[in-house]
Every structure is written in C-alpha cells, then in structure tokens.
Ligand binder design. Sequence first.
Ligand code: NAD
Ligand code: TYD
Length: 364
Amino acid sequence: MNYQPKHLLVTGGAGFIGSNFVHYWLREYPDSQVTVLDALTYAGNLQNLRGIQNNKSYSFVHGDILDTALVEKLLHDASIDTLVHFAAESHVDRSILGPDAFLKTNIEGTHSLLKAAKKIWLDAGKTTHRFHHVSTDEVYGTLTLDAPAFTEQHQYLPNSPYAASKASLDHIVRSYHHTYGLNTTISNCSNNYGPYHFPEKLIPLIIVNCLEGKPLPIYGDGKQIRDWLYVEDHCRGIERILLNGKVGEVYNIGGNNEWTNIDIVTLVCQLMDIYHPHGAPHTQLITHVTDRPGHDRRYAIDATKIMDQLSYKPLETFETGIHKTVRWYLDNEEWWRGVMDNSYKKWLDKNYSDKKPRSQVTEF
Ligand code: NAD
Ligand code: TYD
C-alpha cells in the first residue's frame, strides 16, 4: 500500500455513489475519519447516510463546494489529507433542459475545491495529500457498435452539457497537477446501479414505475448501449486508486457489462414478475417515447489499466448485482417514496411531457 488516507473529505457524500462510498469506506477503514460536505440538492439525501450518523469517525457538513472559504476551513481545521470529489449535477436529461447549473456546480465548484486544496495543502508545503476526482466515461463521447471500448487514451468528445462539464473539469484537475504539483488522480467510470440510486435514472425509474404500475419510458428504439457497474464495485475501484494509484494518472473503471436499454428494462421487468407479480407481465408497461436529443449510442469501458496496474476486479456479477438492487427497492419503499417529493414530480412533468409515446400502454 502506497498511501493511507487518514481523514477524507467526501464531497457529494449524500448522493448516490458518494453515500455508497462513505458506507463502504467506514466499514473497511473504521479507524479513518470521514467528513461529508454536501449541499443536499434534490439528489442529496441524509437518509442515504442513515445508520452512520452516530459513528464517531463520521461528520456531516451541510454546505456548497462553491464556498471556497468553507472548504479551506474544513481542510485546515480537520487536518484533512484526502479529498474525494463526487459532488456534481449528474443527470444528462437535466443538463439538456438546464445546462447552467452544470457549468456552475461542476466546473466552478470543482475549481473552488482545487483552489482550496492548493492553498491549504500546496502553499503550506503539505506533500502528503490526495485530490481524487470522480468522473465519467461520458467525456469520451459515443461509440459505434463495433468500436473498441474506451481506454484512457481515447479522445475527449463529450456530447451532452453534462459530459462537456465533466470533460472540462477533468482538464482543469489535470492542469492543477501539471502546473502546481497537486497530487491528483481521476477515475472515469461507466454507468452505476445499486442502492440509493435516485429514481430519475433508468434502472431505479423502471423499478419504481413497475412498483407503481406506471409506463416504462424507453427513449427512441431502446438499442442504446450502456456498460453497467454495481456501485460498490465503483467504490472499490476508487479505493484501489487512493491506496495504490499513481499521482497524476487517470484510470477507467468498469465491469465489461454492456446492455442495450431495452434488454435491461426487459430483465428488470422479468425480475419484477418474480418478486412483485402483478397479474400481467411488467413488459406490458414498456412505452417507447421520443428520443433524448443528442442521445449517445454506446458507452463501453476498457478497464485493463486499473485491473493490471492496481489489481482491480469487480466483485458483483450483473446477475447478483441486479437481483440485489431490485430487492433493495422492494425492501426500501419508505426511502424511494421519501425522495419522490413535489420537485421530483415537477421534474417528471418537465422531462416527459414533450416525449410523446410512440406506442401506447395500458396502466395496471
Ligand atoms: P448524485 O446526483 O446522486 O449526487 C450528487 C451529490 O452532490 C448530491 O448529494 C448533491 O446534493 C451533491 N451536490 C450537488 N451540488 C453540490 C454543491 N454545489 N455542493 C455540495 N454538494 C453538491 O450523483 P451520483 O450519481 O452519485 O454521481 C456522483 C459523481 O460520480 C458525479 O461526479 C458523477 O459525475 C460521477 N459519475 C456518476 C456515474 C453514475 O452512473 N451515476 C457514473 C460515473 C461517474
Ligand atoms: P441514465 O440513467 O439517465 O444515464 P446516462 O444518460 O448517464 O447513461 O440513462 C441510461 C440510458 O437509459 C440512456 O441511454 C438513456 C436511457 N433512458 C431511457 O430510455 N428512458 C428514461 O426514462 C431514462 C431516464 C433513460
């Protein structure tokens, strides 16, 4: 082990992946300290961190990554040595309908963290520190069906405002390493799924809509391909990078698990038929709707580098991961009902009202 984080600042730790990471880290490293900084936007929820609120190794700060003075104070006063940066606006559809928040939070917010880290760590001569930036495979753009999967050398060709904002800040993070010597690492991961996934993203939306007997919206022909990774396997990848990753490097994280959207929705429907039978097969709820503008056709990650250099290996198969996930939503109805508040309902209206059904379904 090259590096052992003592006190982590986890931005966006009340969101989907951030909260899974905090649970994972505190379980694996109970002697380290974790401070979560989260603005609790629509996507952040303290319920995602339930069960650890009384853990002496954990503290929560309700605040914005744009508040550089607050970040400086946290890094300094708590002697934080490791920043793991998840906080972001993360939903492609929201970035299409309102890109401003993405540029502000993702680009300016990350730059605010970089400035604070430079001041508190570098300017004070603190050489033992890490700034890990959690990015996405979407920075690489889209692949044709037969193209090789994205390696770390793939050209950046982001297509949505979300992907473009993440691509910009990958470059900004890189520049803070090359110009100032900040100890940065970057991971670009494929689509995650698992517990605490906000039900605006495909898999939890489908599960929740099945449970509520609502239409299952498939954009366009549903033949778009995503490469799905169980969220805890993403957390394991970040762990490997923190402990053994080389400063200044970029690592792709993925599980070699490509699925078309229509196949994944059909699979979830089949699982719902088993776990939550409802008379008719859930596939009857599938509705093809108008496609997402600029919809990327295929993402696929080549994770050879992290596998070879950092001995990374996902532990969940897709079969075990998707069963766990469906079961989690069945067992945690209170959680998903809790996050589906008025603002969520307004979002559904905004996003789907102009997506006209291409085939009609009957609701249960
Ligand atoms: P999420 O939307 O579920 O959570 C984002 C969190 O950031 C929320 O808790 C939110 O309250 C917080 N946040 C937003 N703006 C903030 C601000 N200004 N200050 C402080 N906190 C703020 O996102 P996620 O799906 O957990 O993704 C986490 C990170 O991983 C993102 O950077 C995303 O780009 C990246 N990523 C996501 C996926 C995926 O499949 N979800 C895949 C690869 C990479
Ligand atoms: P999403 O979960 O939003 O992740 P991303 O856009 O970051 O890949 O969407 C995954 C795929 O599912 C994507 O190709 C868009 C598609 N999709 C639908 O077909 N219907 C939906 O209602 C949603 C939310 C997504």
